[in-house]
Design a protein around this ligand. Structure first.
Ligand code: DSN
Length: 419
């Protein structure tokens, strides 16, 4: 019998070749972008399944198309498992992405022009947290809190001062580039004081919360938590909105029909099976190891005198100020590491004097390397290789030699879903 991949190879050699190239890149290199990961084989199976053929506008039991016996089953499973894993009252698993998920929350719970207090982009917030270039930044009035210039942590006296001044309708915790844990109790207390809805965008660390390695915002009384499903959670690309029951109707209406049409049921099936995985001991061990690896990697950089934003990490990521540490900008650093088969991303740092495509740092994270089975001793090796590459930007022979070492090293670590 001809497999689906064999059909692709015969009928579209160009796409097939790119697919094989990407598989090889993922196998031979070390993936350190903190928002990336290797998903589970079960998820790859659901993504390439016949659920991709199905339209399912609506929700289980209330659809606008026939033939929903099995889609209803998987969406119900995904919602129930999400509620169990995150200990929340309601879950919507239909958002097509992280951006759509956050947009659905703002549009469903607020009115255009309402004020949202969120983290500034250069201090670690996400584009959808109101960056002026985003559509949400035009529809809502975002006010931005920043980090403390001395130790880089969120300054809660200032957050409270801003909340009292701007009287936001929503206070948003969560980040895309902040290497510390969040003080949820402080956020909730400020939100309650000004009568704002409290929301956490847990996209980066949703998997670490699911695995019990990081705190759960619902345990501190948060109203809404969003998370993408493909980062530390290791599921398919997509988003989930988790919330208290009182917001459930508004959230569901906002996702569909407010913002989206048919959900991607192949991804919803992938989310369902991801959330089963997240309940197992193996996933809990994985989540814990992600944090141990991040601590070990950060220690490796600190030992080599590199300057880390906030001086270290409490989560799965760290940001190296490459301008201060190595006299090169983040773009050069990213490119040098690419040449050594180590993938990172250039990153703006708080109040970065440089533009976003030539920022002052790089962002590094451990979720994907941990998924391949790398441990603390391996992090020490990575820190050494990265330090040598960044310290020797002109030395091609050195970079080529590290690339050889990296590729040989990677052979010990199978890629989930590929081997
Ligand atoms: N693009 C993601 C990240 O890399 O953090 C956020 O959406």
């Amino acid at each position: 019998m001809t497999t689906n991949l064999e059909y692709l190879e015969q009928n579209d050699p160009a796409v097939f070749a790119a697919l094989r190239g990407e598989e090889n890149r993922q196998r031979m290199g070390i993936e350190l972008i903190p928002s990336e990961n290797y998903t589970f084989p079960e998820v790859l199976a659901t993504l390439g399944s016949v659920f991709t053929n199905k339209y399912s506008e609506g929700y289980p039991g209330r659809r606008y198309y026939g033939g929903q016996e099995f889609t209803d089953q998987i969406e119900t499973l995904a919602r129930d498992r999400a509620k169990e894993v995150f200990r929340c009252e309601h879950a919507n698993v239909q958002p097509l992405s992280g951006s759509a998920m956050n947009q659905a929350v703002y549009l469903g719970l607020l009115e255009p022009g309402d004020t949202i207090l969120a983290m500034d982009l250069s201090h670690g917030g996400h584009l959808t947290h109101g960056a002026p270039v985003s559509h949400m930044g035009k529809i809502f009035n975002f006010e931005r809190y920043v980090t403390n210039p001395v130790d880089g942590s969120i300054d809660f006296d200032k957050v409270r001062e801003d909340a009292l001044k701007y009287r936001p309708k929503m206070i948003l915790a969560g980040y895309t580039s902040y290497p510390r844990d969040l003080d949820y109790a402080a956020f909730v207390s400020i939100a309650e004081e000004v009568g704002a809805i409290s929301m956490t965008d847990a996209s980066h660390f949703g998997g670490l919360v699911a695995g019990g390695a990081m705190k759960n915002p619902f345990d501190f009384g948060f109203d809404v938590v969003t998370t993408t499903t493909h980062k530390s959670l290791r599921g398919p690309r997509g988003g989930m909105i988790l919330c208290k029951k009182e917001f459930a109707k508004k959230i569901d209406k906002s996702v569909f029909p407010g913002l989206q049409g048919g959900p991607h049921m192949n991804a919803v099936a992938g989310i369902a099976t991801t959330l089963l995985n997240a309940q197992g001991q193996e996933f809990k061990d994985y989540a814990r190891q992600v944090l141990l690896n991040a601590k070990a990697l950060a220690a490796g950089f600190i030992e080599r005198q590199a300057s880390l934003v906030t001086g270290g990490t409490d989560n799965h990521m760290m940001v190296i100020d490459t301008s201060i540490s190595y006299g090169i900008d983040g773009r050069v650093a990213e490119e040098l590491l690419d040449q050594a088969s180590i993938t990172t991303n250039k990153q703006i740092i708080p109040d970065d004097p440089n533009p976003p495509l030539r920022p002052s740092g790089i962002r590094i994270g451990t979720p994907a390397a941990t998924a391949r089975g790398m441990r603390e001793a391996d992090m020490e090796k990575l820190a050494g290789w990265i330090h040598i590459c960044l310290s020797n930007p002109e030395d091609e022979a050195k970079i080529t030699s590290i690339k050889g070492e990296v590729e040989e090293f990677c052979q010990q670590f199978p890629v989930p879903g590929l081997e």
